[in-house]
Design a binder for this molecule. Structure first.
Ligand SMILES: *[C@@H]1O[C@H](CO)[C@@H](O)[C@H](O)[C@H]1NC(C)=O
Ligand SMILES: *[C@@H]1O[C@H](CO)[C@@H](O)[C@H](O)[C@H]1NC(C)=O
Ligand SMILES: *[C@@H]1O[C@H](CO)[C@@H](O)[C@H](O)[C@H]1NC(C)=O
Ligand SMILES: *[C@@H]1O[C@H](CO)[C@@H](O)[C@H](O)[C@H]1NC(C)=O
Ligand SMILES: *[C@@H]1O[C@H](CO)[C@@H](O)[C@H](O)[C@H]1NC(C)=O
Ligand SMILES: *[C@@H]1O[C@H](CO)[C@@H](O)[C@H](O)[C@H]1NC(C)=O
Length: 824
């Protein structure tokens, strides 16, 4: 009986759904509000909907798995005000939407002059809505298709570009808001001037350049992940048309690239298990994504002290042609000019090679795809208006791209991207090369230094710079809550030892209760951050904006004299290390919970690395920095602190490195070089600790540390022995490991991911978006190489461990000093 009821419940809705979902529409049929048209296998549905809080009705296409995700809207400019809309063919075989009084709200204005004999409307499996002849499936003969009129979603198979013969343009355009699908301000299109490039525009103004096709992808970007098993990209350029298109290679997952109402382009992947969209990547990741942030002949570095700096051989415009008083309006002074004017007699100028660049704006560039690099140089040298050249196709190292105007919107990266050869006067070039040679030896040592330099400070300066530039346009509001010192002292019983929750690398933490009853955690920073008041406020303002459910919420700060405090939400369950390393409490963490924690940390980290506009490297990720809320959701704490504590020395003498033994990647421990990949390393260590219930550091067994141990068992095919005993012997628990192969597979997958994360070479480690895909089982796993472990006694003598303040030796954060000797 129960079974029957269950079946009835289960199947009934499907029957109803099937009954009302049509597969094709012919003249005489219609779709009314409440009815749907479905693609053959039901991936997409078409019907009426109301977006967000709106009462208006629109005809749209959505995913069956997520019916609030509308990928296309027909009548975005002509809403139906009630539920009486009807979509059907008119007498000429044109698809039309009428309201109750037969007013025409939208129609498929067919570009072709022919009138269909037997028109049908069909929704294809990949989301294209097509008006075609009943028995003709040739796409060239379609009368009309929705893929020609995209909205805010760039689905696999769609194109953006331009028909150069008719002038017809295919582009993605944002919604006005989440309640209003009418065309908003932003669009993603191909700018066909000069050498075509993919751009995001706000109105007619370019705000972001995704770049030009370089043979692999756009302007030296790695296609999201490399090698990319999920997509293939196509760029077609000939006399008739220019377009860019992606194809999905595996039909087993659902993915879309969409523009939000604020012009942000993001790729989402559907996670069937969680039934939600996950952000896979965001196109505009940092400060330098802003088009034209820097002026001509300037390059932008998002980790630079100020983002913009003159290219070698160039000097700021302001220092030559303007007085000091023009600094108030930076946009006026932005840009650089040549230190030495060009000669431009035959062959007298030279070219300086720049690497790791995102190439300048190509809207005034010229391309030839048969020339090689030497011919390209020759061509550029001979033409006096040529300012730079580069290879057109980096994959085959062919073709020639030359710039015939000032170079703008150049971004410099720490790896990858493209080479650019910039024209300079001969004397200037000689001078630079002499300098480079004499600095050569020094360089090897100083390379690590800019990376240890206070990044927080740099980015802050950069943002200030940007704010200043944008002043008048849109003043950024300070959304920072500054708590009164008396309030905080009151809340924490005057920082009494009873209220003290712990002590970490950056200071002590106290529990507090505000007057209105809200519980807070107060982090009293150690007094040596060396930061000025404004810098500190700016820093906190930025970090307050980072909101994610896997990050601890920062409410604000409190400042008194030299005293700086950060006010966080209070999480009663304390930190992860209190659970996983405790013989009793670890029983509470079954595999499901542990996986949920691993997954949550990965999401938080992905947000810090890729999705937040600040791009934060945590630098001290460890079990005691993962807090757990009431539902055991993990929340990363202490993020962004490294930005404030980067150290403040002006010269490359002493720099503070913050981190914790056992979680530090070798390149960070030894060379102070940190990157997102050093966080990935720490994350790998965390996964192993969560699975084994053992600390990486102080692991005593055959092996020196947990990583070594895990690696040995992995290579011997005995990985299951790593699993925490508390997970195996959960009496009578059906979900205990051992009896459940599904869980075992998931654990092995996690171990594999962990080992990939802790590989010796940072470039071998996956980035966090790949990690998430792998954890979800949506991406194939590679075989890991040997982990990079270091043993403390191997640390170079220059690095002296200092001041470990926690009582419990093994979990304390170490702060130590690296002294980098000047090369000379
Ligand atoms: C629809 O599903 C069938 C059976 O699963 C499959 O063979 C076919 O290729 C699918 N069609 C499309 C267009 O995906
Ligand atoms: C989407 O699905 C929900 C739940 O299945 C349903 O209540 C709602 O009416 C659907 N919306 C549309 C537009 O089909
Ligand atoms: C139907 O549309 C027409 C033209 O857009 C409009 O004038 C009329 O008021 C609409 N009728 C209803 C009931 O909304
Ligand atoms: C600087 O300011 C002075 C007086 O305010 C003005 O006369 C002068 O022209 C300014 N110089 C520039 C380069 O704008
Ligand atoms: C490209 O360069 C080659 C060799 O210099 C020349 O023959 C060809 O005409 C050029 N193509 C275009 C489109 O200018
Ligand atoms: C430089 O080359 C471009 C592209 O071929 C051409 O349009 C321009 O006239 C040339 N200028 C000179 C001074 O030769």
């Amino acid at each position: 009986m129960e079974v029957l009821m269950y079946l009835a419940l289960f199947f009934l809705p499907i029957f109803i759904l099937k009954a009302s979902a049509l597969k094709i529409i012919t003249p005489g049929d219609s779709i009314r509000d409440g009815e749907t048209l479905e693609s053959d296998n039901g991936t997409f549905q078409l019907g009426f909907f109301s977006p967000g809080d709106s009462k208006n009705r629109y005809v749209g296409i959505w995913y069956r798995v997520s019916n609030t995700t509308v990928v296309w809207v027909a009548n975005r400019e002509g809403p139906v005000s009630d539920k009486n809309g009807v979509l059907s063919f008119d007498d000429n075989g044109i698809l039309a939407l009428f309201n109750a009084t037969n007013g025409l709200l939208w129609s498929s204005n067919t570009r072709r002059s022919r009138t269909p004999r037997e028109p049908v409307l069909k929704l294809f499996e990949w989301g294209n809505l097509v008006v075609k002849e009943m028995n003709d499936d040739n796409p060239l003969n379609y009368y009309w298709e929705s893929f020609d009129y995209p909205c805010d979603n760039f689905l696999p198979g769609m194109k953006i570009g331009k028909n150069l013969v008719t002038g017809f343009e295919y582009y993605i355009s944002s919604w006005k808001s989440s309640d209003d699908p009418s065309q908003g301000q932003y669009s993603l299109r191909i700018d066909t001037r000069g050498f075509p490039q993919v751009v995001v525009k706000k109105g007619s103004e370019t705000v972001f350049r995704a770049g030009s096709w370089d043979g692999h992808y756009l302007s030296g970007r790695k296609p999201e992940d490399n090698p990319n098993p999920l997509y293939s990209y196509h760029f077609v350029m000939n006399q008739n048309e220019v377009y860019f298109r992606s194809e999905i290679l595996s039909s087993s997952f659902i993915s879309r690239y969409a523009m939000n109402p604020f012009g942000l382009m993001q790729r989402f992947i559907w996670h069937e298990g969680r039934r939600e969209w996950q952000t896979f990547s965001t196109a505009q990741t940092d400060l330098c994504s802003t088009y034209g942030l820097c002026g001509s002949y300037e390059s932008c570095r998002s980790d630079g002290f100020t983002p913009c700096s003159c290219l070698e051989g160039f000097v700021p415009k302001s220092s030559t042609s303007r007085g000091l008083n023009s600094t108030d309006d930076m946009s006026d002074t932005a840009g650089c000019v040549r230190r030495t004017a060009l000669d431009c007699k035959d062959g007298s100028d030279g070219f300086l090679k720049h690497t790791r660049l995102e190439l300048p704006d190509t809207s005034k560039a010229w391309a030839n795809n048969t020339m090689n690099l030497e011919q390209c140089e020759e061509f550029c040298r001979k033409n006096c208006s040529c300012t730079a050249y580069a290879n057109l196709n980096v994959k085959e190292k062919t073709g020639c791209l030359v710039w015939l105007d000032e170079l703008i919107d150049i971004t410099e990266f720490s790896e990858g991207r493209q080479d650019l050869y910039i024209r300079l006067a001969k004397s200037e070039l000689d001078q630079i090369q002499r300098n480079r040679k004499s600095k050569g030896n020094q360089k090897a040592v100083t390379i690590a230094i800019p990376i240890i330099v206070p990044m927080g400070l740099m980015v802050t300066m950069g943002l200030l710079y940007k704010w200043k530039r944008n002043q008048g346009k849109n003043k950024e509001k300070m959304e920072l809550t500054i708590f009164d010192f008396a309030t905080i002292a009151n809340a924490t019983n005057n920082f009494s030892s009873v209220n003290k929750l712990g002590q970490g690398g950056f200071g002590s933490v106290y529990k507090g209760v505000l007057k209105e009853g809200r519980e807070i955690a107060v982090k009293r920073l150690s007094k040596d951050s060396g930061q000025g008041l404004d810098e500190f406020k700016n820093e906190v303002t930025l970090i307050v904006k980072l909101q994610h459910r896997n990050l601890v919420k920062l409410f604000g700060c409190c400042i008194k004299g030299y005293e700086r405090m950060l006010i966080y939400e209070y999480l009663p369950n304390k930190s992860l290390d209190n659970f996983i390393f405790d013989k009793e409490r670890n029983k509470f963490l079954d595999w499901q919970r542990r996986f949920h924690i691993i997954d949550g940390i990965a999401r938080g980290l992905l947000y810090l690395h890729h999705d937040s506009r600040l791009r934060i490297i945590h630098r001290d990720l460890k079990a005691s920095n993962i807090l757990l809320d009431n539902n055991m959701n993990p929340k990363i704490s202490d993020f962004g602190l490294a930005r404030m504590f980067g150290g403040d020395q002006t010269e490359d003498k002493t720099r503070r490195v913050v981190g914790t033994y056992g979680y530090m990647s070798p390149e960070y421990a030894f060379h102070g070089r940190f990157s997102m990949k050093s966080d990935v390393f720490s994350f790998g260590v965390l996964i192993l600790e969560i699975i084994t219930g053992k600390r990486n550091r102080g692991y005593s067994d055959l092996d020196n540390n947990l990583l070594q141990h895990a690696w040995r068992l992995w290579t011997e095919g005995r990985s299951l022995e790593l699993i925490d005993k508390a997970l195996v012997h959960t009496d009578g628990d059906a979900a205990a490991v051992g009896s459940n192969t599904c869980i075992t597979t998931e654990i092995i997958r996690c171990i594999n991911v962990a080992l990939l994360c802790v590989q010796q070479r940072p470039e071998d480690r996956p980035n966090m978006s790949s990690v998430l895909l792998m954890l979800g089982g949506e991406s194939t796993l590679l075989q890991p190489n040997q982990p990079g472990y270091f043993i403390e006694k191997d640390l170079p003598p220059l690095m002296a461990a200092a001041d470990c303040r926690s009582q419990e030796q093994s979990i304390c954060s170490n702060e130590f000093t690296i002294t980098v000797l000047d090369a000379r």
